[in-house]
Design a protein around this ligand. Structure first.
Ligand code: ZN
Length: 507
């Protein structure tokens, strides 16, 4: 491991034991190989490769788990923690703390339980696919019930947790608790429900007509991505059914896009994934191959993608620069006025499907899933009663009637994977994005001018320093406090959305 300190860190601190750094490098390499094979599976692998690829990935994951849970690693980490006791800001202290937590988590959950979860997931996935295609929740219900039971067993491995859902949430958002998420999302709900209702009473602005040729969209997306920080020597853009970003290394970032000729949603999907990629590319080089050289949590990761996609990509100032530049590729952009274009890329419509939701209603889709997940884990809601609870909440939160379970509680793959605790991170990310946006604007009065000039570098520089460079050295709450001076707070997001849409919809 390089001994140079990451940017912004005060000192190199104690040196890392070479036996520990070798083990961390090996864990990082196994994770990188898993990421590369996963990227290939979603982009280039022929469909008949799925079976063998699954075997390879399972082997890599088993090796990773065994090495992470190895008691010898635990001893090296404990020794590193003692050596760095006087220098809590050093890389070694961060490694001892963060990897120590990974190690503890890996040892707490027995391999036998992990195996049962893997088998249950393998059985549930095809059933969910069929159930969704036929809108037949009853077929999937026993699998959801088993997934919840298995996750309750995982939660029971962490008896110190205040709430059984805490242990599930913590796997995706270290340090976050059910109580805190509940308070934050309740405040978000209270802010969003009246805003969505007020917007729904206004006439809906016209959307874009299209068509927008896919090749032209891909070229435009690349041009925009480069202005954000996409580097042709270190990045790739490929197509995927479900867009994602994956970093094999800081200098090997893979982003994917999905294209629809009817609108420009592909551009926004790429901006989103590039936001994820910039986070991975911006971690301090000193953290390479330490297992700390990646994003700290799903929520903070989502804050980066949402910030570039929404606060930047859906803003008037952004389109004031890009509309004339892209008009040569898309004739509709030549004809439409800037105000109408901005309205067209910011249409708010309460709808059934989370992944198609706009920036205002999105948070309510997440609130719904969080409330149901907590109730499932608490035992207050039975799996078979999910459709009724889902449909009632959709009416309450979004005023939408759910016609069938395929467009209701069967729409997401997460529960088929048994992943409970993942959904809230989407909303936490939106909340953090608005806080970071406020802080960046406060620090850089000329931020709008740079975006109006098509220059993402000043914003990227600020995010690198405050967020990206730290990798996993700082926990999400600490990172946010240092970057914004505040703990996680939905008020800036509610303020941002209220002000933006009051203007767009003349509320
Ligand atoms: Zn994302």
């Amino acid at each position: 491991m390089a001994s140079s300190p990451p940017e912004g860190s005060p000192a190199a601190g104690p040196r890392i034991d070479s036996r520990l750094s070798e083990r961390l490098a090996e864990l990082s390499d196994l994770a990188a190989a898993t990421a590369l094979l996963g990227w290939d599976r979603e982009t280039h692998m022929p469909s008949q490769g799925a079976g063998p690829r699954g075997e390879v990935l399972a082997t890599l994951e088993r090796l990773h788990h065994e090495r992470l849970a190895d008691p010898a690693l635990g001893e090296l980490l404990a020794a590193a923690g003692r050596a760095a006791a006087g220098e809590p800001e050093s890389d070694v202290a961060a490694i001892a703390r963060v990897v120590g937590r990974d190690h503890e988590r890996a040892t707490r959950i027995p391999p036998e339980l992990t195996g049962r979860i893997a088998r249950a997931t393998a059985e549930a996935l095809p059933v969910w696919q069929r159930a969704r295609a036929e809108s037949d929740f009853a077929a999937f219900a026993p699998h959801l019930e088993r997934a919840v039971e298995l996750r309750r067993e995982v939660a029971a491995c962490f008896p110190d947790a205040e709430h059984p859902y805490d242990a599930l949430l913590d796997a995706f958002e270290p340090g976050m608790t059910t109580a805190r998420a509940r308070a934050v999302l309740a405040e978000l709900r209270a802010g969003l429900v009246p805003l969505v209702a007020a917007i729904a009473e206004r006439p809906e602005p016209a959307g874009l007509r299209g068509p927008f040729a896919v090749d032209a969209q891909r070229a435009a997306a690349l041009e925009i991505a480069r202005s954000f920080g996409y580097d042709d020597r270190a990045w790739r853009l490929d197509d995927a059914v479900h867009p994602f970003a994956s970093a094999i290394a800081r200098t090997d970032v893979r982003v994917t896009g999905r294209w629809d000729e009817g609108d420009l949603s592909g551009l926004f999907a790429v901006m989103h994934e590039v936001g994820h990629g910039l986070y991975e590319a911006g971690v301090a080089p000193g953290l390479d191959r330490t297992t700390l050289g990646t994003g700290v949590s799903l929520g903070i990761h989502e804050s980066q993608s949402r910030l570039w996609e929404n606060q930047v990509g859906r803003s008037r100032v952004f389109w004031s620069h890009w509309q004339p530049r892209l008009a040569g590729r898309f004739s509709e952009l030549e004809e439409i006025g800037l105000d109408d274009l901005v309205r067209a890329v910011n249409v708010v419509r309460p709808s059934l499907i989370r992944v198609d939701a706009d920036e205002v209603t999105y948070g309510l889709h997440v609130v719904l899933r969080f409330e149901l997940e907590v109730a499932l884990v608490e035992g207050a809601l039975a799996a078979r009663d999910v459709p009724g609870a889902w449909n009632e909440l959709m009416r309450e939160l979004l005023g939408v009637a759910v016609p069938d379970d395929a467009r209701g509680c069967l729409q997401d793959i997460h529960w088929a994977f048994g992943e409970l605790g993942y959904f809230p991170t989407y909303a936490l990310g939106n909340i953090a994005a608005a806080q970071l946006w406020d802080a960046a604007r406060g620090d850089m009065p000329a931020l709008d001018d740079s975006l109006a000039a098509g220059d993402g570098a000043p914003l990227l520089g600020w995010l690198r320093e405050r967020v990206h460079s730290h990798g996993r050295r700082l926990d999400p709450a600490e990172l946010l406090m240092r970057a914004t001076g505040s703990e996680l707070d939905p008020a800036p997001l509610i303020r941002y959305l209220t002000a933006k849409y009051a203007e767009l919809y003349a509320l």
